[in-house]
Ligand binder design. Structure first.
Ligand code: SAH
Length: 252
């Protein structure tokens, strides 16, 4: 079949957020489109139980990435989505959490739009919402935090630094994705920019999964805490992190 660039009328791509791990956190709409899909293009963090909800006859394409090891480069993933849609297939692009939160969903849509391919976006529960809910950490709380920020711990390709000054506020909750390897840097920068060394911190590993663990400490002890943690994990910095001790309900 020709892979020439022509606008597609029949194929369709649903960009679906699968949630952070617990398969029950998939949306009803997500389930409906997964069941109807001809092709599923999925990432490493998508739970096996969710993949099992697909039609057994559906084509399953794994394009998962690990840090420092890209299974399938992004431009090749884009190409797969475009080609399958151009073949008239109902394609589900399934990602962990939410596709628009550190999920490159925007880049994939830009590519589909370029080729005139129709698409929809089905939001998912992002790790920051799911993992903290299961860990008993309310992201905002009238007595603790009036704002929350999601930050990537990944160093930017162009070397651009995060604006640490704007993050280091005592009434702000910070949630770092992909931050385990950068925990020393995160700790140094936040303390240098004025956040107290005894600010509560939590690392939530495998959030919402049966093996979820919550490691609690302070900003000063964060690098030490991170040494004992495994991926996928979130780092939560802020007064709300201390509430986990009383409010944790999952895996108790
Ligand atoms: N799009 C995803 C994030 C992808 S980036 C979302 O919205 O959740 C991958 C990072 O997400 C991981 O390095 C980790 O920091 C975080 N993450 C994903 N699933 C997680 C889980 N179950 N528990 C803790 N952190 C998780």
């Amino acid at each position: 079949m020709s892979t020439n660039i022509t606008p597609s009328n029949s194929g369709f791509v649903s960009l679906v957020g699968a949630g952070p791990g617990d398969p029950d956190l998939l949306t009803v709409k997500g389930l409906r489109v997964i069941r109807a899909a001809d092709v599923l293009v999925y990432d490493r963090l998508v739970s096996k139980d969710i993949l099992a909800m697909a039609d057994p006859a559906a084509e399953m394409i794994y394009v998962g990435k690990k840090l420092d090891f890209h299974c399938v480069p992004q431009d090749q993933i884009n190409q797969i989505l475009v080609q399958k849609a151009q073949q008239g297939k109902r394609v589900v692009r399934l990602k962990g959490g939410d596709s628009f939160i550190f999920g490159r969903g925007g880049e994939e849509l830009e590519e589909l739009a370029k080729f005139g391919i129709k698409y929809e976006v089905v939001p998912g529960i992002t790790a920051a919402a799911g993992a903290t809910a299961y860990a008993g950490i309310p992201l905002t709380h009238r007595d603790h935090a009036q704002s929350v920020q999601f930050i990537t711990g990944h160093v930017q390709k162009d070397g651009r630094e995060i604006e640490w000054g704007s993050l280091a506020q005592s009434n702000n909750t910070l949630v770092f994705y992909m931050g385990l390897k950068q925990s020393g840097h995160i700790c140094d920068k936040l303390i240098t920019h004025g956040l107290a060394a005894d600010t509560p911190c939590a690392i939530i590993e495998n959030g919402t999964r049966p093996e979820q663990r919550v490691l609690s400490g302070t900003l000063a002890t964060l690098p030490e805490l991170a040494k004992g943690a495994v991926s996928p994990a979130l780092i939560v910095v802020g007064s709300v992190a201390s509430l986990s001790e009383h409010l944790q309900w999952f895996n108790q």
